[in-house]
Design a protein around this ligand. Structure first.
Ligand code: M6R
Length: 610
């Protein structure tokens, strides 16, 4: 999740452990440290809090305190559960090399098999462990050359810091898709996955670019590419405070997590698209084509934001795959005595994987003999473990109480599942190919929505004093109306209600007047014409209207000056792009009102009681 390396004159174990403590709040499930001393590589790892690692590392059988070179890591499980064996650093068979890594090695299975055939033994379930073994395979005395040769074999994303016991004053670092920053101090150097881990030692930093390979020695750094061509990178002076750096320079974790979404979506999609067959690769579902065809009903159980993602899932499974689907508030599920069979697939959705009601629903579905799957973000969480199969979001830790990046990744995973079902059952290949192409473009389209933040902020500030809001949508955007309203109420404390636009006339319209803004999701998707009529109905009651509309769509011109433009996509992807705009809207309203955005009153990140 994050890592740091130190090479210099100081006491590496203590310096590295202090660094781990400082960033503890970010969430992790295990930690580890490796140091070089007296020609040996010594590793210490522990599950749980850094204090567990510290007790081991500084205990009587621990690490030599006067080691001057080391690397440390906190892990947030992605491949394999949070165990000591899976914690970083990982080593080769002879403990010559140690590696800490962020990112995902997509071809790790293939490499692992190759290395096994050559006699290597693996001790973890991680993708990372192939890296030190590969380096050992290429090593003939030149650490840097062996690292470059090994890293050239990797597909996927990595930021790595490496030690070799034959080179006691060196750390090798390399980056492809996962950030690395080097700190160059007086007689000491730092390698880190993030600038917050460098501050405190030095403010002089070098940001590596993709493809860079750095040899880091005390107070000095030399950079080349993986083909050994020397590269010059500027040294920057960073004057940020530690606090601002931890939030990636954003004022709140929520804003940082909103802005994480192009990357979290790339991680959700990475290695899961089959462009040729127009389908999804989701090995975690563990279902054969026969299993996929055999399912005759899907039931989704979740709470809060995850429930809204489930509602999008209902549209997706019915629309794309033609499978009867229902979404249940998880708390209701087991008390309603649901009708389930062995041909029912029950899907539990939960960011944390610990929500008590969702867990109870999962257990009920299992007990009634239906098939179960989980969609979780936290690896090896209770729901993920008890489901036994499913798909992880790989969204990274979500720290803000208001869920943002988890929602968009949940929708994408549901879409991938629906696509897999659809292609097995009734969807022609070409339609699947086109959808895969749309999915590929999605992270960039989300980035375009984020580029509109200043305009969204203007609209949010204009209406931040309102006491009530309505959000209305149809079809794929009905759940988004509910999610937009939930986001606004939980962080700004404004009363906000999400409705299906058609329901307006059946009651809520009685509340509309010039003081009640209506956020109208009028993107160019099925049902837009009816949304245009709904806008007229709101205007006739003098309610201010805020619109989301597709870029270039002129049908919405003249209704209001408060229009948030959303890039054109397949309609099944509009929940992702449009929700990002509503997250920003809620955020800026709450900020204008001076609310404690990351920790709203009365709310917990994970609701573990029924
Ligand atoms: O961890 P889960 O996805 O199971 O959490 C479910 C809800 O508690 C959660 O989505 C909650 O509604 C968020 N605060 C919404 O922002």
């Amino acid at each position: 999740m994050w890592y740091r390396g130190y090479v210099g004159r100081g006491a590496a174990p203590e310096i590295l452990l202090n660094g781990l403590h400082r960033l503890e709040y970010r969430g992790y499930d295990s930690a580890g440290i490796a140091v070089l001393h007296g020609g040996n590589l010594q590793v210490c790892r522990a599950v749980g809090k850094v204090k567990n690692l510290e007790a081991k590392a500084l205990g009587s059988d621990g690490l030599p305190r006067d080691a001057h070179t080391g690397i440390a890591h906190t892990r947030w499980a992605t491949h394999g559960s949070p165990t000591e064996a899976n914690a970083h650093p990982h080593c080769d068979d002879h403990a010559v090399f140690a590696c800490v890594h962020n990112g995902i090695i997509e071809n790790h299975q293939h490499l692992r098999e190759q290395l096994r055939r050559k006699g290597h033994t693996f001790h973890s379930e991680t993708d990372t462990e192939v890296i030190p073994h590969l380096i050992a395979e290429f090593y003939n005395g030149d650490f840097l050359a062996a690292a470059a040769a090994a890293l050239r074999q990797l597909q996927g994303a990595f930021g790595v810091a490496l030690l070799c016991r034959h080179h006691p004053d060196q750390i090798v670092a390399a980056r492809k898709g996962s950030p690395i920053v080097l700190g160059v101090g007086n007689g000491e150097s730092i390698v880190a996955s993030d600038v917050a881990a460098v501050l405190g030692h030095t403010n002089n930093v070098i940001f590596l670019d993709d493809g860079d390979l750095a040899l880091v020695t005390p107070g000095d750094v030399s950079i080349r590419n993986l083909d050994n061509v020397p590269i010059t990178r500027d040294v920057s002076r960073i004057d940020w405070t530690l606090e601002s750096v931890e939030k990636g320079g954003f004022d709140h974790f929520m804003l940082k997590e909103i802005h994480d979404q192009p990357e979290s979506l790339r991680n959700a999609l990475r290695g899961r698209l089959d462009a040729d067959q127009g389908t999804a690769i989701l090995s975690g579902m563990n279902m054969t084509p026969h299993d996929l065809v055999d399912i005759d009903r899907i039931v989704i159980a979740a709470c809060g934001t995850s429930l809204h993602a489930g509602m999008v899932g209902e549209h997706l499974f019915e629309d794309l795959a033609g499978i009867v689907t229902e979404v249940e508030q998880a708390a209701e599920f087991r008390y309603r005595n649901p009708i389930l069979s062995s041909r029912t697939l029950a899907i539990a959705i939960s960011q944390s994987g610990e929500t008590a009601d969702t867990l109870a629903a999962l257990r009920e579905a299992k007990m009634k003999g239906s098939q179960v799957l989980a969609i979780c973000n936290v690896v090896s969480s209770t729901i993920a473990r008890e489901a036994g199969r499913g798909v992880y979001l790989h969204a990274g830790p979500e720290i803000s109480v208001a869920s943002t990046k988890a929602f968009t990744s949940q929708v994408v995973i549901l879409l991938l599942m629906a696509l897999k079902f659809a292609r097995t059952r009734r969807m022609p290949r070409q339609t699947g190919v086109e959808l895969v192409e749309e999915l590929r473009r999605l992270p960039d389209q989300v980035a375009r929505v984020l580029d509109r933040a200043p305009e969204i902020e203007r609209i949010a500030r204009k209406w931040a004093a309102a006491r009530d809001f309505f959000y209305i949508g149809r079809g794929y955007l009905h759940p988004v109306a509910l999610e937009g309203a939930l986001k606004l109420k939980e962080i700004s404390y404004i009363h906000a209600e999400g409705y299906h636009a058609a329901e307006l006339k059946h009651g809520p319209i009685a509340l509309l007047d010039e003081d009640v803004p209506v956020v109208t999701l009028a993107n160019d998707i099925d049902g837009k014409d009816k949304m245009l009529s709904n806008i007229q109905e709101c205007r006739a009651r003098h309610a201010p209207v805020i619109l989301t509309a597709t870029e270039g769509d002129t049908d919405v011109a003249g209704f209001t000056e408060d229009v948030i433009r959303i890039p054109r996509t397949h309609q099944c992807l509009t929940p992702v792009t449009t929700t990002v705009a509503l997250q920003l809207f809620a955020y800026y309203v709450a900020r204008e009102r001076g609310c404690p955005i990351d920790q709203p009153r009365n709310l917990a990140k994970s609701v573990t009681v029924e």
